[in-house]
Write a protein that binds this ligand. Structure first.
Ligand code: ATP
Length: 334
């Protein structure tokens, strides 16, 4: 019955991998990106040349890693995976670049966090399929040019704006990944429930989808938590009431806000009267790193119309006060 045993050593990472779509036509949503990408890939296949380098930007969990794997699969090419923080020295990157095979896809996750010297080496590699290996130190140092196999770089970043322009400009195609619509997340949930052997009626799927923060990874995770609840506290069928009760228990509210989202809004409203307040002040007040608040919580709050980023700082909207059931100060909205 089940492709993935629900308690396969409790390994959620394994489950997540099993739920990944393998080909472009299994990839749900992001229709514009999918169409753009399929043109890029199709024409490369016809020309029998590696496609242009691809940059993907978007919030965590929207499917960037999945798409990188799909690109390699569609090209029938091998895939090498690394990440910006793993490339501390130029030598780390040189070791990878010099061993790529022709047409290989190199995926660099969190590419905005790559160290500077590695980044500069990447410019030349992307443009000329060449690296300069520096031998020796100081005035006697020489650069030995080394040809590398033509490859396709797929970079992923949570914010394209964080990338230095010279790097950004070397990508032939940028895929902007947006949050998913609830209807698309329902499709993700149906697909996952089939693979997991979980019974998911439409009203249950609808309830989970609208609380999934527009993010397939979260949808899949909530599905597993709701399934636990349905198995233990009910007959295993996930209807609307079961889904809602389970998600309330896991502190996911009716709009999909989780603890961090509500902490950010709560502090912004109760401590700073709705703002404006700077990112780092806000982050200290919720006890998180500024990057976590900025990358994980804010994009969804902005998209839900609960928070605005202004030049003077973060500001809560009228909807934020309503959502938390609080009354704004009389002068709050002019
Ligand atoms: P991060 O940047 O944090 O690595 P990501 O954007 O790369 O996140 P993925 O790891 O690719 O996200 O996707 C997370 C999970 O969501 C995957 O396990 C996959 O099952 C599911 N998923 C993502 N996109 C889709 C989609 N379009 N259709 C179906 N499932 C998807």
């Amino acid at each position: 019955r089940e492709l993935v045993s629900p308690d396969a050593a409790g390994d959620e990472v394994q489950i997540e991998a099993a739920l990944r779509p393998k080909r472009l036509d299994e990839f749900i949503g992001q229709s514009r990106v999918r169409e753009q990408l399929s043109l890029v890939l199709e024409s490369a296949l016809r020309r029998r040349r590696p496609p242009d380098h691809v940059l993907m930007s978007g919030s965590p969990g929207l499917g960037k890693t999945t798409l990188a794997m799909i690109i390699a699969a569609e090209l029938n090419a091998p895939l090498r995976i690394t990440s910006g923080p793993a490339l501390e020295r130029a030598g780390d990157l040189a070791a990878i670049l010099s061993t790529l095979s022709e047409g290989e896809v190199l995926f660099i996750d969190e590419i905005h966090r790559m160290a500077r010297p590695a980044e500069e080496m990447l410019y030349l590699a992307m443009e000329d399929f060449r690296v300069d290996i520096v031998v020796g130190k100081g005035p006697g140092a020489t650069a030995i040019p080394l040809d590398i196999a033509p490859f396709t770089l797929v970079g992923a970043t949570t914010r394209a704006g964080l990338l230095p322009a010279p790097l950004r400009d070397r990508f032939g195609f940028t895929a902007h990944m947006d949050f998913y619509e609830p209807a698309e997340l329902e499709q993700v949930l149906y697909r996952s429930s089939r693979l997991l052997g979980v019974e998911l009626p439409p009203d249950g799927a609808h309830e989970i989808a609208r609380r999934s923060r527009g993010t397939p990874r979260i949808a899949n995770r909530l599905l597993r938590r709701v399934r636990d609840f349905a198995d233990v506290r009910a007959d295993g069928v996930i209807d609307r009431d079961i889904a809602a009760a389970a998600l309330n228990l896991y502190e996911v509210d009716a709009e999909g806000l989780d603890r961090l989202d509500r902490a950010v809004l709560g502090v912004l409203l109760k401590k700073f009267g709705g703002g404006p307040v700077g990112l780092s002040t806000l982050a200290v007040a919720v006890g998180e790193e500024p990057e976590t608040v900025e990358v994980v919580a804010e994009p969804f709050l902005v998209r839900q119309g609960l928070l605005a980023r202004t030049p003077r700082g973060r500001v809560a909207t009228a909807a934020a006060w309503t959502h938390l059931g609080l009354t704004p100060p009389p002068d709050a909205f002019g």
